[in-house]
Design a protein around this ligand. Structure first.
Ligand code: PA5
Length: 455
C-alpha cells in the first residue's frame, strides 16, 4: 500500500538506520501490549478495530436524529482538537467549497487563534449561514476555544434564541471532567467523548475528527478502513516482517538522519490541499518528540510554491534538514462532480517557449518537479526519502494518519522521550494566566510585570 523510497538517502544513512530496527520492533511490541513507554495514552492504537465501529455508529445515529437544517460546520478547537478534521476536510474537498462549489458542506474554524479580526470576520460570515457548531476540547479549559465558544454562543443566541442556539451546538470533550462537560450537562447539549487515553494529537480517528467530517459529508468509514488496514499490518507479522514495515523503516531512517546531526525534518508535498495535513503532521511530531532538548523541528515545503521562496535556504542554507517527500501515484482527488484533466494548451506563437510541454498533463509536470527537487536537494546536502501512497482519498488518508502516529510513537521511544506528553505547552499558558490576572498566578505575575512594565 505505502512504499518508502530511499534513493536519495546515502547508503551510509540507510545502513545506520538498521541499527535502530531491533529497538523499533521491540517498541512496537510494547505498543501492541501497552507496555513500557506506551503503557498509558495509547487508546489511539488499533482504535478502528477496538472502538471505530461504535464511534461511527454513534455519529450516524446522531446524524439520523439531528433535524436542524445547517449549511456550515463550525469547528471550535485548537491543536489536536481541530487539525485532524481540517486536514482531511481540505484534502478531500473542492477548494471552493465555501463558494458553493462541490458537494460538501463547508467546514470553518474558530478557537484556533485569538485574532479579534478573524473572529469578527467569521461571525460576520455566519450571519448569512445556518451553522452547526462542534466545540471540541478535551480538557474543556483551553483559553482559545473557550473564548471562541462564548463568542459563538452569544452570536447563536442573538440569531436563534436560547433554545434554538442550544440545538445548534454539539460538544466533544472528556467523559466527566472539565468545564465543557459541565456545560453539556447544564445545557443538555448532545455530546461525544474524547477517550481519556487518547491525547489530542492522536485523536483524529475518534469523534474529534470523525464527527465534523461526517457532518460535512465525508465518507468516514473509508478513513477508518484505511487506518484499520495499517493497524492490521502491524498487529501481525514476525519481527522480521515488522522490521521491514514502512512505519518502522521511517522511524529508523529519521533516527539515522538525527544521529548524523540533522535537526529539522521537512515534509515536502506537491498538492497545496495538503497544507493542513502537513500542519497536522507538524503538530504530531513537534509536540510528541520535541522535548528534553531533542527532536527535529518539523517544517513543511509545498511544491512548487515554496521552491520560489524558502527553496533557496533548503538548497544552500544551513545544512540542518532532511526531507520526507509525500508523493501520490495519482494525486488527483475527484472532489467536484466533473472529473477533468488539464494539459498545457497549444500556442502557435510559442512566445513562452513552452512548446516542448504542449499536451503534457499538469500533474505529470508537477511530479517531475518533485523528482528534480529530490535530486537537487540531495546534491545540496539534504538527504531525502520519498513516501509513496496510491492516491489522495479517504482510505489512503486514514492509512497515513495511522502510519504517522505509529512511526511517531515508536520514534519517540527511539529518541528517548515520552511521545504522549507536552509539558512545554504549559509554560506559556502559565505566563498567559499570570499576565491576564487569573487568580492563583500572582507570584508569576509579579515577575512578568517587571519584564513587561507597560502591561
Ligand atoms: O495534542 C494535544 O494534546 C494538544 O495539542 C491539544 O489538542 C490542544 O492543546 C487542545 O487541548 P484541548 O482539547 O484540551 O482544548
Amino acid at each position: 500500500m505505502l512504499k518508502i523510497q530511499s534513493n536519495f538517502f546515502s547508503s551510509e544513512l540507510c545502513d545506520r538506520s538498521k541499527n535502530f530496527e531491533d529497538k523499533a520492533v521491540s517498541s512496537l511490541r510494547d505498543l501492541q501490549k501497552r507496555a513500557g513507554i506506551h503503557r498509558d495514552m495509547t487508546g489511539w492504537f488499533n482504535y478502528p478495530k477496538n472502538s471505530g465501529g461504535r464511534t461511527l455508529a454513534d455519529i450516524q445515529k446522531f446524524q439520523h436524529e439531528y433535524h436542524q437544517f445547517f449549511d456550515t460546520v463550525v469547528v471550535v478547537g485548537i491543536g489536536g482538537s481541530y487539525l485532524g478534521a481540517r486536514s482531511a476536510f481540505e484534502a478531500l474537498s473542492h477548494r471552493f467549497t465555501l463558494g458553493g462549489v462541490g458537494h460538501r458542506k463547508p467546514m470553518i474554524f474558530l478557537g484556533n487563534h485569538l485574532s479579534e479580526q478573524m473572529s469578527v470576520e467569521t461571525l460576520e460570515f455566519l450571519k448569512e449561514r445556518d451553522p452547526v457548531v462542534v466545540v471540541i476540547s478535551k480538557s474543556g479549559t483551553t483559553t482559545e476555544p473557550a473564548v471562541a465558544f462564548r463568542l459563538v454562543k452569544k452570536f447563536l443566541e442573538a440569531k436563534y434564541g436560547k433554545q434554538g442556539s442550544s440545538a445548534r451546538i454539539v460538544a466533544i470533550t472528556d467523559d466527566d471532567r472539565g468545564g465543557l462537560r459541565q456545560q453539556v450537562t447544564q445545557n443538555d447539549y448532545p455530546s461525544f467523548v474524547i477517550p481519556g487515553d487518547v491525547g489530542g494529537r492522536y485523536s483524529v480517528l475518534t469523534p474529534v475528527g470523525m464527527l465534523p467530517l461526517a457532518l460535512c459529508g465525508i465518507n468516514t468509514t473509508k478513513i477508518m478502513d484505511g487506518a484499520a488496514a495499517l493497524f492490521d499490518e502491524i498487529m501481525q507479522g514476525s519481527d522480521d516482517e515488522l522490521r521491514n514495515h514502512p512505519a518502522i523503516q521511517y522511524a529508523c531512517l529519521r533516527m539515522a538522519a538525527y544521529e548524523e546531526g540533522k535537526r529539522a525534518e521537512l515534509l515536502v508535498y506537491g498538492e497545496p490541499k495538503l497544507k493542513s495535513f502537513a500542519e497536522w503532521w507538524r503538530q504530531l511530531f513537534g509536540e510528541s518528540q520535541g522535548k528534553e532538548g531533542k527532536g527535529f523541528y518539523p517544517g513543511d515545503l509545498v511544491i512548487t510554491t515554496d521552491l520560489h521562496s524558502v527553496g533557496q535556504f533548503v538548497q544552500e542554507g544551513s545544512r540542518i534538514a532532511f526531507e520526507t517527500f509525500l508523493s501520490f501515484d495519482d494525486p488527483r482527488y475527484n472532489s467536484s462532480a466533473i472529473e477533468q484533466r488539464l494539459a498545457v494548451p497549444k500556442a502557435d506563437d510559442n512566445l513562452d517557449d513552452l512548446g516542448y510541454l504542449e499536451g503534457a498533463y499538469i500533474a505529470d509536470i508537477n511530479r517531475k518537479v518533485m523528482e528534480s527537487t529530490m535530486a537537487a536537494h540531495a546534491d545540496g546536502g539534504v538527504p531525502n526519502i520519498n513516501i509513496v501512497v496510491p492516491k489522495i482519498d479517504e482510505f489512503c488518508l486514514g492509512y497515513l494518519y495511522a502510519f504517522f502516529q505509529v512511526a511517531c510513537a515508536v520514534g519517540g521511544d527511539l529518541l528517548g522521550v515520552n511521545p504522549y506528553d507536552q509539558p512545554g505547552v504549559e509554560e506559556y499558558k502559565k505566563n498567559l494566566f499570570a499576565l491576564l490576572g487569573k487568580p492563583g498566578y500572582e507570584e508569576r505575575a509579579r515577575r512578568l510585570k517587571q519584564l513587561f512594565p507597560s502591561t
